[in-house]
Structures are given as C-alpha cells and as structure tokens.
Design a protein around this ligand. Structure first.
Ligand SMILES: Nc1ncnc2c1ncn2[C@@H]1O[C@H](COP(=O)(O)OP(=O)(O)OP(=O)(O)O)[C@@H](O)[C@H]1O
Length: 251
C-alpha cells in the first residue's frame, strides 16, 4: 500500500504557485529526501501533503484515500516534525509529546493508559525520558527539536514528514537521529525529510526529490540527484564549489 502518492501536484503560497508538477510515491520502509534552495517550497509541500495548504493542482492520496480528508483521517496516516516549536505555553515535555495522541482521543477526553504508554515509548526512543518533567519553554533549540520528533512518534502514524529534523542537533544527536530513522524504516515506516545537507540525504535516502528556483521538481535515485553537476544546477553554483563543499563525501 502506498503511504503517500502525489501526482501532478502544484503547490502555492497564497496565489503564487511555487512548484508545478510534483509526482512521487512513498512506500512503507522507504526514505525519501527533499532538497532545494531556501524558499523554494519544501515546507509548503509538507503543509500541502497534510491538507493544511490547498494544492493549486493535482492529487494527493494517503494510503489510497484522496485529499481532502478530515483532520483525524490525515493524522492517522501522516505525522509532521515541523521545523521549529512554537510553544509559548510552558508544557512539560511529557504533556507536549502527549499532544501527538490528540487524534486518538475523542472530544476533550483525557489521555488514557495507551496514550501515556505511547508518549513514554516515544520519549525513550529519542532518549528524552529523563527530561519528561522539564518545561518545553526552558529547553535548548536542539532539545526542542528532539521533543518535536518524540511528539510525531507518539502519533504512531505509518508515515513521517520531517522538516529539517536535525538542523539544531549536535553531532551525537544527529547520529542518534540517523540511527532512529534507519530503525523506523526497518519497521516499515515511510519517511520523507527535507535537508540542506546532501551528505545526510546520501546516508539515509534511496531517492531524492529536488525543487529548484524555477519551480521545477525532479525525482531520482540518490546517485543521480547528488551528482556534483546536478547539485551545481540545483543550487546555481559552480560545480567546483560543489565539489569543495562535498569534500570527503565524494572520495
Ligand atoms: N503563509 C505564507 N504566506 C505567504 N507566503 C508564504 C507563506 N509561507 C511561506 N511563504 C512563501 O513561500 C515560499 C516557500 O516557503 P517555504 O517555507 O515552503 O520554503 P522552504 O523551501 O521550506 O525554505 P527553507 O529552506 O528556507 O526552509 C517562500 O517564498 C515564502 O516566503
């Protein structure tokens, strides 16, 4: 069963079409990287897949069901790790992660045993269990990013959209996240993540979707998409500069 299927999709910010003709499929166990210069529409693509921003054209199917779908039906199929936490309220880490369970609760029902167990498992998975009673407003940027990942895991959706999930993480936590993503893929979750780091895409993904400044989307295997000439065209920079930037990745 396809977790996500996008066909002829055009994404827009307000009335401005950002990217035309995006087509891709995410299968269970697949890791798909999303690469492109700043402001080309990566976050907007995620918002569109989640039904939060209307598509300008094309179709999106989540596990065979076409958008638009009720919020709960989307949340049962797709979880998002957003780029940054917008938490003005001093929730504890545990309560914040429990919000990932909202779609499993009816109305204003209080979280039950299964919800607490899912939140605990998610915190444990990301190594945050000892931080469960801290306030999210007092966490560092990297710790907040880990909490966002835990909240998405607690949702128990079969597919995860991760918007630059390691941008604030230190080297050790980046490696832990990479290990976690590999574990999740082995458990047959589908993962789609945006990154500005071709090395991270090369390490984790089998396929790469790129969006360039002209609004063109291109899908292909990692080896083709991350070739220096292709990256040079994508980022509009000299191939020599790409080769310098990639350094050891090419050796
Ligand atoms: N709510 C909004 N209203 C109007 N324009 C928006 C809105 N959100 C985003 N945009 C515009 O849409 C374009 C794409 O933004 P988006 O955040 O999707 O890019 P991105 O590829 O994720 O960027 P980055 O790599 O910098 O995170 C940008 O030009 C941005 O200014």
């Amino acid at each position: 069963m396809e977790l996500i299927h996008a066909s002829g999709l055009a994404i827009a910010a307000g009335r401005r079409v950002l990217v035309r003709d995006i087509s891709f499929t995410l299968h269970p166990g697949q890791v798909l990287a999303l690469l492109g210069p700043n402001g080309t529409g990566k976050s907007t693509l995620f918002r569109t897949l989640l039904g939060l921003t209307p598509a300008a054209a094309g179709t999106i199917r989540l596990q065979g069901a076409s958008l638009p779908l009720p919020r709960r039906a989307i949340a049962a199929r797709l979880a998002l790790v957003p780029q940054a936490m917008q938490a003005a309220f001093p929730w504890t880490v545990r309560d914040f992660v429990l919000m990932g369970r909202t779609m499993h609760l009816s109305g204003f029902a209080a979280p039950g045993k299964a919800d607490h167990a899912a939140a605990t498992a998610a915190l444990e998975e990301i190594g945050l269990l000892s931080h469960a009673e801290r306030l999210v407003t007092r966490l560092s940027g990297g710790e907040r990013q880990l909490v966002l990942i835990a909240r998405a895991l607690a949702q128990n959706a079969p597919a995860l959209l991760m918007d630059e999930p390691s941008s604030a993480l230190d080297f050790a936590n980046r490696e832990r996240l990479a290990d976690l993503m590999e574990r999740l893929a082995r458990r047959r979750l589908g993962l789609m993540f945006s990154t500005h780091d071709p090395a991270q895409a090369a390490r984790l993904a089998s396929e790469v979707l790129t969006i360039d400044r002209s609004g063109t989307a291109r899908l292909g295997p990692v080896a083709d998409q991350l070739a220096p000439a292709r990256l040079a065209a994508l980022y509009e920079m000299p191939e020599e500069a790409v080769r310098r930037g990639l350094g050891n990745l090419l050796r």
